[in-house]
Design a protein around this ligand. Structure first.
Ligand code: FUC
Length: 799
């Protein structure tokens, strides 16, 4: 019963030789079905997601479609809010925070005050009579093929199920098979938590589930078709029955009436019809093959080996329980690859971006509405996109930024009387951009600016000038325009400051939080640089550079900390989960070890004060921050804390409850420990900080002050030997690194764009291309630079 490259049932059950090591490293497995939703295994194709519970007698496949939300097209800005802005600022300047928050709460907030929620779609339920006496049970998720499997035995029959969410075919496919003929009998039903949902038989061979989220809201429809080999299939309004087949393939399509955030007039039934027609006649093997090829094209770009121990032989849930007590580097590698798997499964071009739960949600009222929270969470979802070689998975975020640049223009006008666009700390399917929930944390003006950092990052990694010109720069320019209008002069210091705003989500409404200034500096610097690269808007770029210089700089406070606010009022005992003012250390690079060593020490002190606790995403952020502080052991400690304290049996990150950001932040944190490329100093540290200039952009050849590829910047003692292949560096490079006894043993640099490659290798290295030495220039004891040709590969080895 072997299918292509797959582990057969026999192998699943351990009947034949064990799974190959390479396969085993990329498999999560369990000896029991999921008892809870966060034990089920996620599959997804970017648009459709499902959680496979794996019960032997009763299978539950809970599914989602990424455009099923509450609400309908709506503009959230509060017309006329801007008239209260001067008073809110004045109250804050006078130290009257409570009054300012009260006035803002009454006059300055989104209409309505809350945004809408991501919704579950339905459940596919399979009933296998007699299978409650199953033995030799095993279920697994194979990250390398993106297939969830269940295998068990009933009497002398071995059963196997496979479930996948196909991107090429846009359907969820489930295969039920047995190793003896005529032994596959089950019923398949669909239901939904939405009260309006009903099932009916369609055209004799499909079961439809349809409904509407609310009156005048989104309509939805799912279709199930069961194709049996041998035996008999009958379809009735309440379900499908399969009797005495050899095997059966279930194909599930699902769609909503969503066209875009302004239009919900699509016909979900017609969409399902079209999808079902397109897959009609395709065999399971053909769909499986197309799915696996499509997935591997992305997934196999990166391989990671952090060392091996016997712990990896155990089921994943048991390993997780032990992770704080024993070495299990393969679990860290699995967690890394699971992050990449989840991004591929939840964020494909043309889809919605990954929300707080990716695309997996079984609740009508999910935590924080399962929206896009932009004061950390949405951005964290995309931290691994470029560095772990999945740049196309970044695209849904760019689409959302473009929508928000349109709706955010109205919010900029109505709330601030400013040009450009602004997004506060959340958005939803309807692209709300106004401040929500409460004035003390909802009025936070740099959500859009932070998202623009992702546009710039995509350009830095890919050097895609067309993307820069057509997509990145227009949104960045308008976001920068907002801040040119918005920033005000602080009467005490003369600096330009941001406000009203807050340092998420601590300290209430204030003027001049440090995080805002770091993000705005970054935006203004990147936008000016982009204008220079594109040869446009020279006067505007000069204006941005001039404005940036006047923004309040990073400041060191009386406890040796990096100040979170304009005033030196940090409480060193505060262990709040947000570490907002460390944005400039990661994901920004306002603060770097060699560019701004004093600020680095202050950032480190602030991180120590905040401590190692926190929710899942908070710990994940701290992995990245310790990596940027070049402290691999502390980064590793945070990773273990996240795995031991904030990870569900299925490896989902727990805030708690489930929130996917920590999966992505953990993944990027591991990459950040092995490779960094942000450069030695900063383009935007503010007055009196860094003096050097950034590079002229990917593929341009650096000015000698730009990206610096740092190999093994924060390698922990626990990962003494290992290798990574296929990580990406800014400037358009793909990097492989191998190390032994904590030291670089070899590396490879593949240049996609040509240009200079500056390498910090921590050792005296030589560089060869096709076996011949390449001329290198020594920059300092640990750094060399060499010229590369587009498409060429370079071998790097210690002398
Ligand atoms: C922010 C965080 C919370 C949570 C929510 C989705 O408000 O402060 O911890 O992550 O987003």
């Amino acid at each position: 019963m072997s299918v292509g490259n797959f582990v057969t049932v026999a192998t699943c059950l351990g009947v034949t030789a064990g799974v190959l090591a390479a396969e085993r490293d990329l498999v999560q497995w369990y000896r029991q079905p999921a008892a809870k939703w966060v034990e089920a295994l996620p599959i997804g194709n970017g648009r459709l997601g499902a959680m496979v519970h794996g019960g032997a007698a009763q299978e539950q496949i809970q599914f989602n479609e990424d455009t099923l939300w509450t609400g309908s097209p709506h503009e959230y800005q509060h017309e006329g809010a801007a008239q209260y802005l001067p008073t809110i600022r004045k109250l804050l300047a006078e130290g009257n925070q409570k009054e300012a928050e009260k006035l803002a709460g009454e006059q300055f907030m989104s209409v309505p005050l809350h945004q809408k929620a991501y919704q579950p779609f339905g459940d596919l339920r399979l009933q296998f009579p007699g299978h409650d006496k199953a033995t030799d049970y095993r279920r697994e998720l194979d990250l390398d093929s993106a297939v969830a499997k269940v295998a068990y035995r009933v009497d002398d029959v071995t059963y196997e199920r496979q479930a996948l969410a196909s991107h090429p075919d846009q359907v969820i496919v489930v295969r039920v098979a047995a190793d003896k003929k005529g032994k596959v009998s089950f019923t398949a039903k669909m239901d939904s938590p939405h009260k309006s949902a009903r099932t009916r038989a369609v055209g004799g061979e499909q079961l439809a589930l349809s409904g509407q989220v609310q009156d005048d809201g989104l309509k939805f429809e799912a279709r199930l078709r069961v194709i049996a080999e041998g035996g008999k299939v009958s379809v009735k309004d309440d379900g499908v029955t399969v009797e005495s087949a050899d095997a059966a393939t279930l194909v599930l399509a699902a769609a909503t009436s969503f066209k875009n955030y302004k239009d919900i007039s699509a016909d979900p039934a017609a969409r399902c019809d079209a999808t079902m027609k397109a897959v009609a006649g395709k065999t399971f093997d053909a769909m499986l093959k197309a799915h696996v090829e499509d997935h591997r094209k992305l997934f196999r770009r990166v391989a990671l080996d952090l060392g091996k121990t016997d712990a990896a032989d155990e089921p994943t849930d048991l390993r997780l329980k032990q992770v704080a007590k024993r070495d299990d580097p393969q679990l860290a590698a699995l967690f890394f690859q699971f992050g990449r798997y989840l991004l591929i499964a939840s964020s494909r071009p043309g889809c919605q971006p990954a929300n707080l739960q990716g695309i997996w949600n079984d609740q009508l009222k999910p935590p924080w509405d399962s929206k896009w929270t932009t004061n950390i969470n949405t951005e964290m979802n995309y931290w691994p996109a470029e560095v772990t070689n999945l740049p196309e998975c970044h695209e849904p975020l760019f689409d959302m930024i473009e929508d928000c640049a349109v709706t955010g223009r109205k919010t900029a006008q109505a709330h601030y009387n400013c040009h450009g666009w602004v997004l506060h700390h959340n958005t939803d399917l309807w692209r709300g951009t106004a401040p929500i929930n409460a004035s003390n944390h909802g009025i936070w003006v740099v959500g859009g600016a932070w998202l623009c950092h992702h546009l710039w990052e995509h350009y830095q990694f890919t050097g895609d000038k067309e993307f820069l010109a057509k997509r990145a720069y227009p949104a960045m320019k308008e976001a920068a325009t907002f801040f040119v209008d918005f920033l005000v002069k602080d009467p005490n210091t003369g600096w330009l400051i941001s406000g009203p705003s807050n340092s998420p989500e601590l300290g209430g409404l204030v003027m001049g939080p440090t995080m805002d200034h770091q993000i705005i500096r970054d935006l203004l610097a990147n936008t000016a640089e982009a204008a220079g690269i594109l040869g446009v808007d020279a006067d505007f770029a000069a204006k941005l550079t001039e404005t940036r210089k006047q923004i309040a700089p990073n400041q060191i406070g009386k406890h040796g900390q990096l100040q979170e606010w304009l005033q030196d009022k940090d409480d060193p005992k505060n262990t709040h989960r947000h570490v907002s003012h460390l944005w400039g250390l990661y994901p920004g690079w306002d603060i770097t070890p060699r560019g701004t060593p004093k600020l680095l020490a202050a950032a480190r002190q602030s991180l120590i004060f905040r401590g190692d606790g926190g929710t899942g995403w908070s710990k994940a952020w701290k992995i990245n921050l310790w990596a940027r502080l070049l402290d691999g052991d502390h980064a590793h400690k945070m990773l273990i804390e996240a795995l031991a304290g904030n990870t569900a049996p299925n490896l989902f990150d727990m805030h708690p409850p489930f929130q996917i950001d920590g999966n992505f932040g953990g993944c990027s944190g591991i990459a950040e420990m092995l490779l960094q490329s942000q450069g030695t100093s900063t383009p935007s540290a503010g007055p009196g900080q860094a003096t050097s200039t950034p590079s002229a952009g990917p593929g341009q050849g650096s000015s000698g002050q730009g990206y610096e590829i740092h190999l093994l910047p924060a390698l922990p003692t626990a990962w003494s030997s290992g290798s990574v292949k296929g990580l990406c560096a800014r400037g358009g490079f793909e990097i492989d690194i191998a190390w032994k006894a904590g030291r670089l043993s070899e590396a490879a640099v593949r240049s996609k764009l040509g240009g200079k490659c500056r390498l910090r290798a921590g050792a005296q290295v030589e560089v060869k291309a096709q076996g011949k030495p390449v001329e290198t220039r020594r920059i300092d004891a640990e750094v060399i630079e060499f010229d590369t040709a587009a498409g060429a590969a370079y071998a790097v080895a210690p002398r």
